[in-house]
Design a protein around this ligand. Structure first.
Ligand code: HEC
Length: 124
């Protein structure tokens, strides 16, 4: 019973997300500020504990000049797109053993919202 109810909730969320893209993006911006903003800026050139994430979509992992990266990420050859970001954010150390980014986002809807925000914010 309980499993079926939560599956229905997940399906409903999946169906609603594409239709509510702009609401999702606002949500993504809020989530980004809460969950990522302490370590990541969206301003080019502003690196904090982590590299800035402006224009991260299509970017080669570990490629921002002046940012501090682990060898693991620099040598990963990952290109960030919605799919690789989703895998990374689910479990960073599983995708890139040795990465210094250790925080993941376990909630799939929240990951999707954050990635939608990153996609939109890169196209300024
Ligand atoms: C506690 C600080 C911290 C938090 C919070 C954090 N990150 Fe990171 N992030 C890092 C560090 C440090 C790196 C560099 C990791 C490495 O070199 O192994 C990184 C790397 C990344 C990269 C790779 C960038 C590149 O240039 O290759 C992406 C993408 C990323 N983080 C996204 C996120 C997102 C999205 C969030 C929020 C859900 C987040 N991070 C939260 C510290 C953090």
């Amino acid at each position: 019973m309980r499993a079926r109810a939560s599956l229905a909730t997940l399906l409903a969320a999946g169906l609603l997300l594409p239709a509510a893209a702009s609401a999702q993006q606002a949500d993504g911006e809020r989530l980004f500020r809460q969950r990522c903003g302490a370590c990541h800026s969206m301003e080019p050139g502003q690196n904090r504990a982590g590299p800035h994430l402006s224009g991260v979509i299509g970017r080669l992992a570990g490629s921002i000049e002046g940012a501090r990266y682990s060898a693991a990420l620099r040598e990963s050859n990952i290109v960030w797109d919605s799919s690789s970001l989703d895998t990374f954010l689910t479990a960073p150390r599983q995708m890139v053993p040795g990465t210094q980014m250790t925080v993941g986002v376990s909630n799939a809807a929240q990951r999707a919202a954050i990635i939608t925000y990153l996609e939109g914010a890169g196209v300024k």
